[in-house]
Ligand binder design. Structure first.
Ligand SMILES: Nc1ncnc2c1ncn2[C@@H]1O[C@H](COP(=O)(O)OP(=O)(O)O)[C@@H](O)[C@H]1O
Ligand SMILES: [Mg+2]
Length: 276
C-alpha cells in the first residue's frame, strides 16, 4: 500500500500556496507508477497555469497603475496653486488621455476574461472573409494615409462561418499593427483566399520586423518588444492576445513569420464553410 500512501500524502501537500509537491515515482512500470507519473504531470501543468495567472494579475495592476499615477500627479501639480484657464484645460487633457488609456486596458482585460471563462458571445453566421477584410481596409484608410502607408489588397472569396464583429476586430488589430510598426512610406499587403478546405487571411507589412527571440512571445498578454516606447504611445500589448482568443474561439489558427529589417506576415486560418 506504500505507493497509495505516497500519492495521498503528495495530494495533501498540494495547496494553493504549494503546487510544487510531487509524488516520488520509483517504479514507472507498475500501474500505480504510471498513475503517479500522470498525476505529477497534471500537478506541473496546474503549477504553470497558476504562475501564469499570478503574473497576469501583477502585469495588469502595473499597467493600470501607470496611467493612474499620471492622473494623480497631474491633478496634484495643477491644484498646488491657482492657474489660468488654459493651464487647467491642458491639465484636464492630460488626465483625459490617461483615463482613456485605462479604459482601453480595462475593456481589453474584460474581453480576455470573458474569453477565458467561455462567456464571450460568438455569434456565428456564414460570411465571406474577403468582405470583412474590404470593410476593415476601407475603415483604416484615413490612418494609413496619415502615416503614408499604402495598402494593397488581393481579396478572393473566402467563405467561412464566424462572428462578423469579432472577425472585424481581429483584422483591424492586425492592420493597426501593420501600420504602426511599419516604416515611413511603407506598404501593407492584405489577402484572403480558400485553400485546401481552409480560408486564409494574410497581412504582410514592410516594417522593421520582429527579432527572432521576440517572435514567439507576441501573442502573450502585455508582451511588447519595445516596452517603454509602446507604453508612452499608449499601447498595452493586449491586441494580439485578443486576436489569438478570437481565432481560438473560431477553431482557427494564427501564426506569424517575420524577417528582422524586412517585414512581418500574420497568417490566420479558419475552417471553410462546409456545404450542407
Ligand atoms: N506587424 C508588426 N511588426 C512588428 N512588430 C509587431 C507587429 N505586430 C506586433 N508587433 C510586436 O508585438 C507586440 C504586441 O503586439 P500587440 O499585442 O498588438 O500590442 P501593442 O500593439 O499594443 O503593443 C508589439 O508591441 C510589437 O512589438
Ligand atoms: Mg497592437
Amino acid at each position: 500500500m506504500r505507493p497509495v500512501d505516497d500519492i495521498g500524502l503528495a495530494a495533501m501537500r498540494i495547496s494553493e500556496g504549494n503546487l510544487s509537491a510531487h509524488i516520488n515515482v520509483s517504479d514507472t512500470d507498475s500501474e500505480l507508477g504510471r498513475l503517479a507519473t500522470v498525476l505529477n504531470s497534471t500537478f506541473a501543468r496546474l503549477e504553470a497555469s497558476f504562475a501564469q495567472q499570478m503574473q497576469f494579475t501583477a502585469d495588469a495592476s502595473h499597467e493600470l497603475r501607470t496611467p493612474l499615477a499620471v492622473i494623480i500627479s497631474e491633478a496634484q501639480t495643477t491644484l498646488a496653486r491657482k492657474r489660468g484657464g488654459a493651464e487647467y484645460r491642458e491639465s484636464i487633457a492630460v488626465c483625459l488621455t490617461a483615463a482613456q488609456q485605462m479604459r482601453r486596458i480595462a475593456e481589453s482585460l474584460l474581453q480576455l476574461a470573458r474569453f477565458d471563462a467561455g462567456q464571450e458571445p460568438v455569434r456565428r453566421s456564414a460570411l465571406d472573409l474577403a468582405e470583412n477584410a474590404r470593410v476593415c481596409v476601407d475603415r483604416i484608410g484615413p490612418l494609413s494615409k496619415e502615416r503614408d502607408i499604402s495598402i494593397r489588397c488581393d481579396l478572393r472569396r473566402a467563405e467561412t462561418c464566424g462572428d462578423t464583429d469579432r472577425l472585424d476586430q481581429l483584422i483591424t488589430n492586425l492592420l493597426t499593427n501593420a501600420i504602426h510598426y511599419n516604416r515611413p512610406n511603407g506598404n501593407i499587403h492584405v489577402s484572403t483566399r480558400s485553400e485546401n478546405g481552409d480560408v486564409v487571411l494574410k497581412v504582410t507589412d514592410s516594417g522593421q520586423g520582429i527579432a527572432a527571440e521576440a517572435v514567439g512571445h507576441v501573442f502573450e498578454r502585455f508582451y511588447r518588444v519595445n516596452k517603454s516606447r509602446s507604453r508612452i504611445e499608449g499601447r498595452s500589448g493586449l491586441g494580439l492576445a485578443i486576436c489569438k482568443a478570437i481565432v481560438d474561439s473560431h477553431g482557427g489558427s494564427i501564426n506569424v513569420s517575420s524577417e528582422f529589417g524586412t517585414g512581418t506576415t500574420f497568417i490566420v486560418r479558419f475552417p471553410a464553410l462546409k456545404a450542407s
